[in-house]
Write a protein that binds this ligand. Structure first.
Ligand code: NAP
Ligand code: G4F
Length: 363
């Protein structure tokens, strides 16, 4: 049996230093009668956000469980070395019965569904796999929650990792929770499916299911396939004489880039609200890739980036999302969320991290 949720009137937060404290008090009210610690299950725990969230929830006093796919996933060892408090549970978003088993084992208070094929470029060549994991995976998890948590007063709270990629060919600038979606990749289409399923299960079955429409967020834990990490690691390697050139695709693309550490706090805040809802999480600023390049090369003392950067057509996509910029007013007012790391600090954080890392690897 799960702890019964305390029925309190919905309160509207305004941004203040007390927000995290208040949210933590609500969480204790919800869970303290039966469990000494609230339990969170994170899918995608080996990814960038999963690691930040595991750290954040552990500091908040959660028992943190991570769903791990595969029979001998090589990411388990480094994960447990860095986060020894994480408890691993086996499962795959493409396998419904494995999700049911994971939920029965963990009996989570909160589920953060971060697992996905998340690389937009690969979704064009592996569209079916992307639809299965990133789209249908959400439906499987929602059904598993209904089955394990029960039809009435289901106690499991659910977070879905929706994406600004759903806006695609943007209908308005900036984009908010009411902006129509026009996805431009199989990944974006799959995320729209997952997003609408989350809304539908909330409305149809009363699940406490929320979607965070997160704009791009980066940091030293970002995968090397994404453009920011590709740039910061290449800058470090060029500085250390380990690489000559950096080849990119569409450098005219603009993104609203924030810091992943700031964004996982918003995920948690969403699940501490009495009423589930959808929120845009963004900085409200957009920057061209060339701006990232300029700051990154300057930070390493390499000067003009044009000397090192070329174009390779293989990195262009069949369809592109050219201008993303989010309006996070609702999250700021209701959740009390605000970003702490600005764009220049983010670039500097990533480049300095990679300079240290590549120097260690070179030894
Ligand atoms: P990421 O680093 O690419 O991590 C993806 C995670 O999904 C990995 O842990 C991966 O596990 C797991 N996964 C892949 N296939 C799976 C399957 N079949 N079953 C279970 N897990 C599976 O992604 P991220 O940047 O942390 O993003 C987290 C989530 O937020 C994703 O859903 C992403 O689409 C979404 N999102 C990200 C951003 C962003 O800017 N980072 C913005 C908006 C939305 P393995 O490591 O074992 O492959
Ligand atoms: O870094 P990216 O691969 O991220 P993208 O496509 O914006 O997707 C990320 O953010 C989404 C949120 O909007 C998430 F949902 C998604 O899971 C992922 O985390 O590419 C950013 C831009 C694109 O316009 C791309 O065409 O950079 C452009 N780009 C130019 N050259 C490149 C490259 N991208 C990559 N990965 N590699 C290049 O060489």
């Amino acid at each position: 049996m799960q702890a019964e949720r305390t029925q309190k009137p919905c309160r509207t937060h305004t941004a203040s230093d007390d927000d995290y404290f208040i949210a933590a008090c609500h969480l204790i009210e919800r869970t303290s009668s039966l469990y000494p610690m609230p339990r969170a299950l994170i899918t995608g725990i080996t990814g960038q956000d999963g690691q930040h969230l595991a750290e954040f929830l552990h500091e908040k006093g959660y028992e943190v469980f991570g769903l791990i796919k595969g029979q001998n996933n090589p990411k388990i060892e480094p994960l447990l070395a860095e986060f020894p408090y994480v408890r691993v549970v086996s499962g795959d978003l493409t396998d419904f019965s494995s999700l049911v088993a994971a939920l029965r084992t963990v009996q989570p208070d909160e589920i953060y569904n971060l697992g996905a094929i998340s690389f937009v470029a690969i979704s064009f060549t592996q569209a079916e796999l992307t639809s299965n994991v990133t789209g249908l995976g959400v439906l499987r998890m929602l059904e598993a929650i209904r089955l394990v948590g029960g039809e009435k007063s289901n106690p499991i709270r659910f977070y879905q990792a929706s994406s600004s990629e759903m806006y695609g060919k943007v209908r308005e600038i900036p984009q908010n929770e009411l902006t129509a979606f026009h996805p431009r990749s199989p990944y974006g289409v799959a995320k729209v499916f997952g997003h609408h399923m989350t809304v539908n299960y909330r409305e149809s079955y009363g699940l406490h299911a929320s979607s965070g429409i997160l704009f791009n967020h980066e940091g030293p834990r970002r995968g090397y396939e994404f453009v920011t990490r590709k740039i910061s690691s290449s800058v470090a390697r060029i500085k250390l004489g380990m690489q000559d050139k950096l080849l990119l695709g569409n450098m005219a693309a603009k993104r609203d880039w924030g810091y992943a550490g700031d964004y996982v706090k918003a995920m948690w805040l969403m699940l501490q609200q009495e009423v589930p809802d959808d929120y845009v999480i963004a900085t409200g600023e957009t920057h061209e890739i060339t701006e990232f390049l300029q700051l990154a090369f300057e930070c390493a003392g390499l000067g003009d980036w044009h000397k090192y950067v070329g174009v390779d057509k293989q990195y262009f996509r069949p369809a592109e999302v050219d201008l993303l910029v989010g309006d996070a007013t609702k999250a700021e007012k209701t959740l009390g969320w605000k970003r702490e790391v600005d764009f220049p600090s983010l670039v500097e954080m990533m480049v300095r991290h990679d300079l240290d890392l590549e120097a260690k690897r070179a030894k």
